[in-house]
Design a protein around this ligand. Structure first.
Ligand SMILES: NC(=O)c1ccc[n+]([C@@H]2O[C@H](COP(=O)([O-])OP(=O)(O)OC[C@H]3O[C@@H](n4cnc5c(N)ncnc54)[C@H](OP(=O)(O)O)[C@@H]3O)[C@@H](O)[C@H]2O)c1
Length: 158
């Protein structure tokens, strides 16, 4: 029978009966909000999740619930530093991930900012544009692994 979900459905209800054992998932922005819950829900059905955060210390304490779920359900959770508002940092992070030689089955480009005060990224882009569209900027350069990684991420989720 087809299950129906609505606005009161929880993530766990939607994922119930599914398994992501053996699947590798990259989630950006696991230090707050939806990123934490997304990571928690996916490790709870067995996924190996790599979460990115620009502030690893903040993310470390924010994701204790994710590690608890991974321990209970057999998933796995690791983190890597990534500041989307700094193209050099994006390139560095992508280089580390690519050097691991393990492809991702799912990429969730969750990190972002909205309606920020006027400001600029390390590369001089307006904050919101630079943060959310950094990857597209990197893609335009068509050179780096970071570009390829981020093209994939943005194409999947937006
Ligand atoms: N919640 C909503 O109703 C809603 C509606 C429309 C769109 N969205 C989008 O959905 C996504 C998640 O929303 P949310 O409510 O969970 O947002 P949130 O609680 O503000 O969390 C955003 C996440 O993005 C990270 N982030 C921000 N700037 C970053 C940067 N330069 N480099 C790396 N990470 C960065 C934050 O890191 P820090 O913890 O270090 O700040 C945090 O982990 C966001 O992209 C948001 O714009 C949300």
């Amino acid at each position: 029978m087809t299950r129906k979900f609505g606005f009161t459905s929880t993530t766990d209800q939607v994922l119930s009966g599914h398994s992501l054992k053996g699947k590798r998932v990259l989630i950006t922005g696991v230090s707050a909000g939806l990123g934490i819950e997304t990571a928690r829900a996916l490790v709870a059905i067995g996924a190996e999740v790599i979460g990115t955060a620009r502030n690893l210390a903040k993310a470390e304490s924010a994701t204790s619930v994710v590690r608890d779920a991974a321990r209970t359900a057999g998933g796995n959770f690791d983190m890597i530093a990534l500041d989307l508002a700094d193209l050099k940092n994006v390139d560095h992070c992508a280089g580390l991930l690519v050097s691991q030689g393990k492809p991702f089955d799912i990429v969730i480009a969750n990190a972002g900012v909205m309606a920020t005060p006027q400001g600029y990224t390390a590369d001089g882009f307006e904050t919101q544009f630079g943060t959310i569209r950094t990857g597209k900027g990197a893609v335009a350069q068509k050179r780096t692994a970071a570009a390829r990684l981020h093209l994939t991420a943005k194409n999947i989720t937006q």
